[in-house]
Structures are given as structure tokens and as C-alpha cells.
Design a protein around this ligand. Structure first.
Ligand SMILES: Nc1ncnc2c1ncn2[C@@H]1O[C@H](COP(=O)(O)OP(=O)(O)OP(=O)(O)O)[C@@H](O)[C@H]1O
Ligand SMILES: [Mg+2]
Length: 564
């Protein structure tokens, strides 16, 4: 089988080819594993090895792709009817389910099907070294679940360079993959993610390439950030704010800040901090009809939602009485309605009002008397945060609800791009009414050129209610930082693989790494990214957020450590 040696002409054996001093040993893929871990290419073909990977991919037209998926489902159906001859029933059911999911993804254009040919080539200075390299490659691929084969007597077909159309390839060379499956072989992002006009969201954990995202180019301008305590959510949000401002200085910012963490940052940006526990600076009247542009009926509905968030134990008949009293208040023409006015109305209701007058007394003489009265607060700055620190925990959903109402009005009436940052968003997920309001707000924000940055520890906070799920569906990007656990519901909702879910519970924390490891889900893309601050950003955000100082990234802005 061997030909003349020492020349530039190819010399070929049953399973290798030599050109000059280089022996090339091809390896084909017979079957792909169902899932692949991040950065698997780096493990399969480490820089110390001499391995090439060639990929040919042709897009399968959408109509044909759907036909193929329907065909696969029909086969699974027929076999299930026949009692699963040849394959186990659970496997057929999985096949049927995944054909359905894929059919939906194809119809929704989240995925496409590709005819893909993949060829690995192990190279060596001698035949034995080349073949040994190929053997190690096959072992590494097998450990990831790939099934491979050495193309014997088909070396020319396996190694022929791609040519327009008609190169003969070894049997079994062509496979069908989804966009996600094909994407796993590309360690860098796609042009849809690399929005040149966007902000830097992180560096790819596999090759440190930067990923930019432009929220204003997405149908929804809202993003979510999830992660356990200390995972780096507030820091990531502050970085996003800074970078957004840098790119679009005209962007207005409102921060709803339950823990009072952002005051330093907002002051650094020249903005105003509204401290709710200090009512001397001015009052926001939760009942101010201006927040719905004078729509008193809409306002009455929101007021009932706020009050129910304050008293979640209200019985249905009490809620109905409250609802009627609030409606009466807004039907009356006169001065701006106040909570004291509502308390007076209910006090006149006698026995009908049950325990409501006693509850409303809190606005007259109790801890919430600061919110009784017309709005006196005026803020003209384009950067403002509302600091809720120091208020009783059980009152936070109420305060957040009327502040959100005020913020929503501000966002809907002021021109230009706007960002609303809501930290500790789980406080609004405690009650159906406030979750519904937040969901509606997110759906409408984009009409006002505004986006929400929603931060919460656990995505499950929002997964348990229909409006919470609707809200999550309307986030165009979700960043998952370290999570304590990833529930099955969360995995299914966000389409996370088991490997991704497990990785998230081990993602590195900024306290250990100096940057935050994260997984970004943007449309159908799942990108593992390091959220890294440059030194000046770190100095500004780290100090302004008032947190404990942690090791800064290296001066060149790159983070050291795993995967970078
Ligand atoms: N990307 C990062 N690079 C460097 N340091 C970071 C990064 N992210 C977070 N940190 C640091 O880690 C600490 C915790 O971060 P952060 O406060 O943002 O966590 P969190 O997820 O908001 O936690 P919590 O749920 O308790 O509010 C802070 O001291 C912060 O300065
Ligand atoms: Mg935080």
C-alpha cells in the first residue's frame, strides 16, 4: 500500500496518509452524545496535541427539515403502537417528545437542521505517532459519549478537501444536527450575539472572546440576572449600567433598591437617592392618580393590589370591601386621594368594614403614616434610585409596588432610552397581584424605549405563577450565575441541559475567582461567560456598591483561572 517516501506526493495506507513528514490519521463520528459539556473542544483537542477538525455544514431547507422531524415522530408512534419492538418504550417516548420539541423549535425558527460532516485528523511525524494520537483522541471522544470509527480503505474520501457539491465521502459521514448541536463545535459566539453596538456582557469561558449584547436591538429590552447570594448579581447589574451609560450617555436610570446598595453608585453618576425611610425629603403618595395619567379606574386596581401585598391575609370579603372603598375614593371629584382619606371612608363603614379600619390606622398613626398625603417629591435627575433599606421586611412588597407604579409612569412619559433596575425582585413575586403588575410592565416597557434589569436569587421565585412565567418569557436575555440548586422546573423552562444545570451549581464565585462565572441564555444561545470588570470599573463598582473588597482582576482586564 505504501508509495515513494520523502517527496511531497501523498503516500497512503489503509487508514492514514502521509504528505512529506506528516502522517494524517482521520477519525469519523458515527454517533453524537445527547449533550456536550462546555469547552469540550479544548479537552478533546488540547493545544499540546496535533489534531485538526474539519466541519462541513449545509442548511436543510425548513420544509424538508419539518418533514424529517414529522417522519421521525411517525416512526416512534408506530413502534409505540406496536409495543416498542426493537427499542424500549421509554426510549421511544423520549424520541417522540424530542421530535415534538424540535418540531416546535423549527416552526418558531429557534433551530434549524443541518447536514453536517465532521472529520477529526490526528497528525504525527511517524505513522505510529499519528496512530497513537488518533487512539488517544478516540478515547477522549468516547469518554464524552461520542462513537467514532476509523475510515479504513476510505482515507482519500475522508481527507478530500470540501469542494462545491460532489465530493464522495465515506459512508455514515453525513449526519443531521440541530443549530445547537452544530453550534457546540464552534467555541465562539455568533454574529447575532456579538452585537457590535452592544455592551460587553462577558468573556467566553472557552476562549476569552468578548461577547457584546445590544438590548435595544432585541424585541424585549429586559434582562434577568439570577444567582445565589454573593454570586455577583448586583455587581453585574452595576457593570451593565456603567457600560450602558458609556455607550448611550442619554440613558435614564431608575434603581429600585430594597437593600440600599446602589446609593453610592447613583451618587457617583451624579444622580439622586430617594430614601423612603426619610420622609422629610418628600413623599410619594401611593394613591397619586398621576401615575396612571389620570386613569382613575386603572389606578384604583393598582391600589388594591398594593394593599393586598401589605395584608396578604385579607379574606375575600374584606378584599371586596376594600375594593369598593377604593373605587368610591376615585369616583369622587376632589383633591388627590390619600390613604388617610381611605381610612376615614372605611371608618364610616361601621361593622361592614370589619378589621379594615384597624388595619388602615397604620397610615394615620402607625409606621406608615409617612405615606399619608399628596405627592411632594419631585425628581428631575435622569439617574435616580429609591432606597428601601431600613423599612420593615413585611412592608417591602407594598413599598416596592407603589414605587414600581411611580417608576413605570416615569418610564412611560420621559423620552429616550431608559433602564429600570429592580434588585431583590422576589419581593414582588410573593403576591400574584404584584407579579401580574410587573409582568404587564415588562411587556409594555419596550414601547417606551425602556428595559428592565431584574435581579433575584432563584428563578423558581417566578416560575410558580402564570404571570411569573410570562414575565420570564419576556426577558430577552437571562444570566445565570452560581445557583444553589437548579430545579427540574427551571431546567425545563429555560431548556438547560443536565450538564449546564450541574455546572451552574459549581460556577465559580467572584470571591474565589475575581470574576463571576455565568451562563447566558439569549434566544436559543447558551453562552458560558466570565463577567469581568476592568480595573477602573472594579474600583468604581466595588467601592460604590459598598461591598467587601475582593481580589481585582489583572490590570489588563483579563481574569486568570479556569477556562480563560
Ligand atoms: N464580576 C465580578 N468581579 C469582581 N468582583 C465581583 C464580581 N461580581 C461580584 N463581585 C464581588 O463579590 C461580592 C458579591 O457580589 P454581589 O454583591 O454583586 O452579589 P449578589 O449576587 O448581588 O449577592 P446578594 O444576593 O447577596 O445581593 C461583592 O463584594 C462584589 O464586589
Ligand atoms: Mg445583590
Amino acid at each position: 500500500m505504501t508509495g515513494p517516501t520523502g517527496t511531497g506526493r501523498p503516500d497512503e495506507g489503509t487508514s492514514w496518509r502521509r504528505i512529506g513528514r506528516r502522517y494524517s490519521c482521520p477519525l469519523l463520528v458515527r454517533q453524537f452524545p445527547p449533550e456536550l459539556p462546555f469547552g469540550f473542544l479544548g479537552r478533546v483537542a488540547p493545544p499540546s496535541s496535533s489534531i485538526d477538525l474539519a466541519i462541513e455544514a449545509d442548511r436543510i431547507p425548513a420544509g424538508r427539515a419539518l418533514e424529517m422531524v414529522h417522519g421521525a415522530r411517525a416512526v416512534a408512534d408506530a413502534e409505540l403502537v406496536g409495543g416498542g419492538a426493537g427499542a424500549a418504550v421509554p426510549e421511544l417516548e423520549v424520541e417522540r417528545r424530542s421530535a415534538d420539541e424540535l418540531g416546535r423549535a423549527l416552526a418558531g425558527r429557534f433551530q434549524e437542521l443541518w447536514r453536517v460532516g465532521i472529520r477529526w485528523v490526528a497528525n504525527g511525524p511517524s505513522r505510529t505517532r499519528g496512530e497513537a494520537e488518533r487512539l488517544r483522541l478516540a478515547e477522549r471522544l468516547a469518554s464524552l459519549g461520542f462513537r467514532t470509527r476509523v475510515p479504513r480503505y476510505e482515507v482519500a474520501e475522508a481527507l478530500a478537501p470540501p469542494a462545491q457539491g460532489a465530493v464522495r465521502r465515506p459512508s455514515g459521514y453525513w449526519q443531521t444536527l440541530t443549530t445547537d448541536g452544530l453550534g457546540a463545535f464552534y467555541p465562539f459566539g455568533d454574529e447575532t450575539v456579538l452585537d457590535p453596538g452592544g455592551v460587553l456582557v462577558g468573556l467566553s469561558l472557552s476562549d476569552a472572546s468578548p461577547v457584546f449584547l445590544d438590548r435595544w436591538a432585541q424585541a424585549s429590552h429586559s434582562w434577568g440576572v439570577f444567582g445565589t447570594t454573593g454570586a455577583g448579581k448586583s455587581f453585574a447589574a452595576a457593570l451593565t449600567v456603567l457600560r450602558t451609560r458609556w455607550l448611550r450617555p442619554e440613558t435614564e436610570l431608575i434603581v429600585l433598591d430594597p437593600l440600599g446598595e446602589y446609593s453610592g453608585l447613583v451618587r457617583e453618576l451624579g444622580g439622586t437617592v430617594v430614601c423612603l425611610r426619610d420622609t422629610t425629603a418628600g413623599r410619594l403618595n401611593p394613591l397619586d392618580p398621576a401615575t396612571t395619567g389620570g386613569d382613575r379606574r386603572e389606578k384604583a386596581g393598582r391600589v388594591v393590589t398594593m394593599l393586598r401585598a401589605l395584608w396578604p391575609s385579607l379574606r375575600d370579603e374584606e378584599a371586596a370591601t376594600l375594593d369598593a372603598a377604593v373605587s368610591r375614593l376615585y369616583d369622587r371629584v376632589g383633591p388627590e386621594p390619600t390613604l388617610g382619606g381611605l381610612a376615614d371612608d372605611l371608618a364610616r363603614g361601621g361593622a361592614f368594614a370589619g378589621r379594615l379600619p384597624a388595619l388602615l390606622e397604620v397610615f394615620r398613626s402607625g409606621s406608615l403614616r409617612g405615606v399619608d398625603g399628596p405627592t411632594t417629591l419631585r425628581v428631575d435627575d435622569r439617574t435616580v434610585s429609591v432606597d428601601l433599606a431600613g423599612l420593615p421586611d413585611e412592608q417591602l412588597p407594598f413599598h416596592l409596588a407603589y414605587v414600581l407604579d411611580w417608576a413605570y409612569h416615569r418610564l412611560s412619559t420621559r423620552p429616550g432610552p431608559k433602564l429600570l433596575l429592580l434588585d431583590e425582585a422576589h419581593l414582588l413575586a410573593r403576591h400574584d397581584g404584584t407579579t401580574e403588575f410587573l409582568d404587564r410592565a415588562v411587556r409594555h416597557l419596550r414601547h417606551f424605549d425602556a428595559g428592565l434589569l431584574l435581579l433575584t436569587q432563584d428563578p423558581d421565585d417566578f416560575l410558580s405563577s402564570p404571570s411569573g412565567r410570562s414575565l420570564l418569557r419576556n426577558l430577552s436575555a437571562c444570566a445565570f450565575l452560581r445557583l444553589t440548586e437548579v430545579s427540574e422546573a427551571c431546567r425545563a423552562f429555560f431548556g438547560l441541559t443536565e450538564t449546564e444545570a450541574e455546572w451552574l451549581t459549581k460556577a465559580r464565585l467572584p470571591t474565589d475567582a475575581g470574576y463571576a462565572e455565568s451562563l447566558w441564555r439569549i434566544g436559543a444561545w447558551h453562552l458560558p461567560l466570565a463577567i469581568v470588570a476592568s480595573t477602573p470599573e472594579y474600583e468604581l463598582v466595588g467601592a460604590a456598591l459598598g461591598g467587601e473588597r475582593h481580589p481585582a482582576p489583572r490590570a489588563d482586564g483579563a481574569a486568570g483561572g479556569r477556562g480563560l
